[in-house]
Design a protein around this ligand. Sequence first.
Ligand code: 0X9
Ligand code: ZN
Length: 305
Amino acid sequence: SFGWDRYHSYESIQKFIDGVIEDHQDVVTPFIIGKSYEGRDIRGIKISYKEGNRGIFLESNIHAREWITSATCTFFINELLTSKNPEIRNIAENVDWYIIPVFNVDGFVYSHEKDRMWRKTRQPTTNPKCPGADPNRNFDTHWNNDQGSSGNPCDETYRGSAPLSEPECKALADFVRSIKDKVGVYLTYHSYGQYILTAYGHDENEFPENYDDMLAIAKASHDAILDQGYGTKYTYGSAASVLYIATGSSLDYAYNELDIKMGFTFEFRDKGRYGFVLPSINILPNCQETIAAMIALVKRSKELG
Ligand code: 0X9
Ligand code: ZN
């Protein structure tokens, strides 16, 4: 059966999603944003307990090898639907959640079956030896910027042949645009490094006008993670100022182009000892920390309006 003691294959996660839809028909609405290059459905679920909630969008596993992100995301879905903890019930029932547990489906399958360290999509490029673009450099914001992405198909941060050249990214952009008026916060799960990042990614000296509010929310999440008692320390701040310059990211796209003026990239455990190949013993602690971070994030963002 599905559990959080190990990492799961693409098929196993699909069955988990099927089960969630089947078991919680009253509150779960499945959606498909489109198809990947290799023809897989990119699936998500909406969790809504009542009318009138504001929405939070969450995308995970945009990078194929970051398995901890979908492991944590599926745990989060399960908690929203089954936990009796009042703080979790509160964020489950008073927010409309739009969640895509595995976004880069082709890359995820490839990282399970062929190359554990695969990051990108799987669409061919001009170089037959180097398929795939970095989906987190392919969005239509500050695209074609050599400081924050690469024009070389063989690089890990290849931005693709054009903005939204990757069918996955085009599907995500169209989907989020279609719900943007209902979405107050955009979240994206990555690993690794233990960061909570805000816009902007394109310039380390430029900050969003509501940066102070986003920092306050990031700090609240950081504090909640620390309170879990595992000694896991996150760093928070704008993506470019605390990590590095990255252009064409989904987070900046949501902020700049879709006008979703609140968003966070979570970079989960660890700090580099195991990196992307995080031992499965970390899954449950990472899940607990993330739940705490989500509770704090919702609470603090409501306080700030
Ligand atoms: O480089 C990335 O895309 C992210 N780091 S990762 O190691 N998971 O690949 C960081 C992206 C941060 N930038 C923005 N969110 N703008
Ligand atoms: Zn990533």
